[in-house]
Write a protein that binds this ligand. Structure first.
Ligand code: FAD
Length: 475
């Protein structure tokens, strides 16, 4: 393999090829420290042509290729398997904003651009790139596209898939497909970009993207409210949707246990309302112009809900600082839960109307099976997507004889219920290497067969992120 390393060095420069154990380590471990893999090297190309040349060298020698963005995947998708002898292709040096087009409401960027940089570039021209998530300071546009990332604004703007107009992709045969079109309409054959969105690096390396921009909301109304029950949350969502429609960008829920974990982080975290309430919802509305009716309509919905017994408490932010403090609580849940204990992170979605049934039944089943655990619920209620986590204290976790078996049992309980309610076991985190067994259990053989055929058609050697997302058929 020395010849391959030499070719890669000639292609991307000596400093663009990483082989030293210590320098290579961050490319081989995932963000949660759950997965550790091996690779021949990591390469850091600077252009699409360099990515294509790297891929050409690898496929000529039958060497696996793994695209890596910000390495914030929560499904182990961005790190190789243990014992793998492939090449990690990091997009970190491809960070150019290529073109902004305010009239077309589009921006074309290198795939290695960090999400927050793209949001900032859009804001500088008075536009919004709406995809927003906790990892936005480090995840990349290419990674967002490969995972079809969701986040907190899906309710109004859709997920990444809804915000991509065009793509540039290096294919597994090293050809470059330039599909960087800023068109809103184009019915000329298969919409190929959709194939690559959510494909977790199995079908090609995304090197550039043309993204959809929106008017930048400059006036916001945010409220932190306490629905008296999870059913009341559903009713409140319906009322907001009827009255304020698409001006609502977020309807985020957490239970009292989740808020308690965040407040335990320190005195700088203050609950906007009585923290003892069982459920908490953060509602955020925005408009690109100053419309006094936005606030008065929102306050009317909240007043009616409060006086009708749907809510026990309400706080409406009266400054941008108060709104930011509410969002700080929401964005701190991962850190808070990591401090509170060991949790089994689940990322399910069910039809929105089924959320209350799901939460009640899943919580009850887990609390009966694992005495003394905390069920932590946080999520994008407006999308029917919950991060539903049984959380064990460190002592409880360390006393478990077989933690892997516990994780498997929890998944079985929760994911079977999710399937019964016509939901999904992975709403936004993808499959990676974490959920291969769930693919076998919950996807039909027809669906898996179609996926395998698509994969084989584009990557007949099976070299792109091998073994991830699509499980091999059982022996
Ligand atoms: P990576 O982790 O590097 O890669 C993810 C997958 O994409 C891998 O399979 C990789 O091979 C592939 N890939 C990466 N770049 C490319 C490319 N250029 N071309 C082809 N394939 C590529 N996700 C959500 O959807 N919503 C959330 O709210 C959310 N919140 C999060 C909060 C925290 C604190 C953390 C740590 C993660 C969160 N995530 C969330 C998960 C993660 O941030 C997203 O999946 C993100 O889109 C991954 O982007 P990345 O650049 O880090 O990709």
């Amino acid at each position: 393999m020395n010849a391959l390393i030499d070719d890669l060095r000639r292609t991307v420069g000596t400093t663009g090829v990483i082989t030293a154990t210590e320098e290579l380590a961050p490319y081989l471990a995932d963000v949660r420290g759950l997965y550790h893999g091996d690779a021949l090297c990591a390469v850091r190309p600077r252009s699409t042509d360099e990515v294509a040349a790297v891929v050409g060298h690898c496929i000529a020698r039958g060497v696996p290729v793994l695209a890596q963005g910000g390495n914030t995947s929560l499904s182990g998708g961005a790190v190789p398997f243990a014992g793998e002898r492939g090449v990690v292709v990091s997009l970190a040096r491809m960070r150019r904003i290529r073109h902004v087009d305010a009239a077309s409401n589009s921006i074309t960027v290198d795939a290695g651009c960090v999400l927050a940089e793209v949001q900032r570039a859009a804001a500088q021209m008075g536009r919004l790139y709406p995809v927003s998530l906790g990892a936005e300071g480090s995840c990349q546009i290419g990674g967002n596209i490969a995972t079809n990332a969701g986040g907190t604004n899906v309710l109004r703007y859709g997920n990444t898939r809804d915000n991509v107009l065009g793509l540039e992709v290096v294919l597994p045969d090293a050809r470059v497909w330039n599909g960087l079109r800023a068109l809103r309409k184009d019915n000329t054959g298969f919409d190929l970009k959709q194939l690559f969105i959510g494909s977790e690096g199995l079908l090609g390396i995304v090197t550039g993207a043309t993204l959809k921009l929106h008017p930048l909301p400059t006036h916001h109304v945010a409220a932190w409210v306490a629905p008296v029950s999870i059913d009341a949350s559903l009713e409140l969502l319906a009322r907001f949707q009827t009255t304020l429609g698409t001006r609502m960008s977020a309807f985020e829920i957490m239970n009292g246990a989740q808020l308690g974990n965040v407040l335990a982080l320190g005195p700088e975290y203050k609950s906007p309302i009585n923290p003892a309430a069982p459920w908490h919802v953060l509602v955020d509305l925005g408009e690109a112009f100053d419309d006094p009716q936005l606030r008065s309509s929102a306050e009317n919905v909240l007043y009616d809900a409060l006086s009708g017994g749907l809510l026990s408490d309400v706080a409406v932010a009266i400054s941008e600082a108060q709104r930011a403090a509410m969002w700080k609580i929401r964005h701190s849940v991962v850190e808070a839960n990591n401090r509170a204990g060991k949790r089994v992170l689940l990322d399910v979605a069910v039809p929105i109307s089924q959320v209350p049934d799901f939460v009640q039944r899943a919580s009850q089943m887990l609390e009966e099976r694992f005495a003394g655990i905390q069920v932590v619920v946080v999520g994008h209620f407006g999308d029917g997507n919950l991060h539903f986590s049984p959380l064990f204290s460190f002592e409880q976790w360390n006393a478990l004889p077989d933690t892997a078996a516990v994780v498997a049992e929890i998944r079985r309980i929760v994911h079977d219920l999710t399937a019964e309610l016509n939901g999904t076991f992975s709403a936004e985190h993808g499959v990676g290497q974490d959920l291969l067994l769930e693919m076998l259990r919950y996807k039909s053989s027809v669906e898996l067969d179609l996926m395998r055929r698509v994969k084989h058609a584009l990557d007949p050697q099976g070299l792109f992120n091998p073994g991830k997302m699509i499980p091999s058929p059982p022996a």
